[in-house]
Design a protein around this ligand. Structure first.
Ligand code: TLP
Length: 343
């Protein structure tokens, strides 16, 4: 099976499994798991922040960030297509109790101009705006990268207005590898950053929430509140250390495979895709022929290829370590065959 549904499908490497088996552990709620402590130090250092917190998932990392930055009833500025708003079960409203003020992030790129328009003047009718949430790379925006320059402008704007910035950097290492910029060029323009270890970096579980020491202390308490205080989770953190140390540079292979896939798809009739917009590992395209997304996915599955749909007639394929360049050719052949008999 060629699994292009997500980069979350990646299995841990042999080196990760070995590190997991040998991990020295302790009770992390007491702060006594040496492997988690090492991962948190390493993560903070890689992202250029004072501290980091190991959490089970990207969703929990973002939720804990909201809990640590805001109080119930406050407002956050967030993209209408952002993972925090779109895919996190409404945790922002249900658990953090914040009000989302939505901006248009359809193309996956944030600008200071769009964010500034969302600001409201002081007025007794309005909630207090506290936080700007960004996502880089942008999942529903097809893996788009918000350039460092935009991040800087948004951060300056946030500072001017006394707001904080949270970056959902689930795939921030993809942005760094694709642009050739150090990851800290992006992360310096956010007060807190979520980094996922279990996507392209192939760890089986886990994310890091990074920020100042003070912020991470508050986040640690919020993590406990939502049940994310793990005990001997050093067995998981061990894989995360391998992910950060060994798996970042190879993301370039996923990007090359995604580009190749996009180029191949662009010449197949019945779909709209602009390969120039494929900057990282996510390939998103629209079916314009009669075949529905559901039928398309089912027929691809019959040919041994798994993909996903992110909206009606919109297909998502994500290059990942489990899929080789040769597999991409096979996937393209399968798409050609499905479109030839299905359009
Ligand atoms: N994204 C998943 C699905 O939830 C859609 C995927 O397959 O891409 N931020 C971003 C930008 C993400 O893409 C995801 C996962 C998360 C946060 C949440 O991470 P997890 O799955 O660890 O909770």
């Amino acid at each position: 099976m060629i699994d292009l549904r997500s980069d979350t499908v990646t299995w841990p490497t042999e080196e990760m499994r070995l590190a997991m088996a040998q991990a020295v552990v302790g009770d992390d709620v007491y702060g006594e798991d040496p492997t988690i402590n090492r991962l948190e130090e390493l993560g903070a250092q890689k992202v250029g922040k004072e501290a980091a917190l190991f959490v089970p998932s990207g969703t929990m990392s973002n939720l804990v960030a909201l809990l640590a930055h805001t109080r119930p009833g406050e407002e956050i500025i967030v993209g209408a297509e952002a993972h925090i708003y779109y895919y996190e079960v409404g945790g922002l409203a249900r658990v953090a109790g914040v009000l989302p003020r939505l901006i248009d992030d359809r193309d996956g790129i944030f600008t200071a101009e769009a964010i500034e328009k969302a600001f409201r003047p002081p007025n007794p009718h309005f909630p207090e705006t506290r936080l700007i949430c960004l996502e880089n790379t942008h999942n529903r925006g097809g893996g788009a990268i918000t350039p460092v320059e935009n991040m800087r402008e948004i951060y300056d704007l946030a500072r001017e207005h006394g707001l904080s910035v949270h970056l959902d950097g689930a795939r921030i290492f993809n942005a760094a590898v694709a642009t050739g910029c150090p990851v800290t060029d992006f992360t310096r323009y956010a007060d807190s950053v979520t980094v996922c270890l279990s996507k392209g970096l192939s760890a089986p579980v886990g994310s890091l929430l990074t920020g100042t020491r003070d912020f991470v202390t508050r986040a640690r308490k919020a993590r406990k509140l939502v049940g994310g205080g793990m005990r001997q989770a050093g067995v998981l953190a061990a894989a995360g250390i391998v992910a950060l140390e060994k798996m970042v540079d190879r993301l370039a292979e996923d990007h090359a495979n995604a580009r190749h896939l996009a180029g191949g798809l662009a010449v197949i009739p019945g779909m709209i895709i602009d390969p120039r917009r494929v900057q990282t590992n996510i390939v998103s395209y629209e079916l314009t022929s009669r075949i529905t997304d559901g039928e398309f996915l089912m027929r691809l599955l019959d040919r041994g290829v798994l993909a996903g749909s992110s909206a009606p007639q919109r297909i998502r394929m994500v290059a990942n370590r489990m899929v080789s360049a040769a597999d991409i050719e096979i996937a393209l052949e399968a798409v050609r065959a499905v479109m030839a008999c299905g359009s």
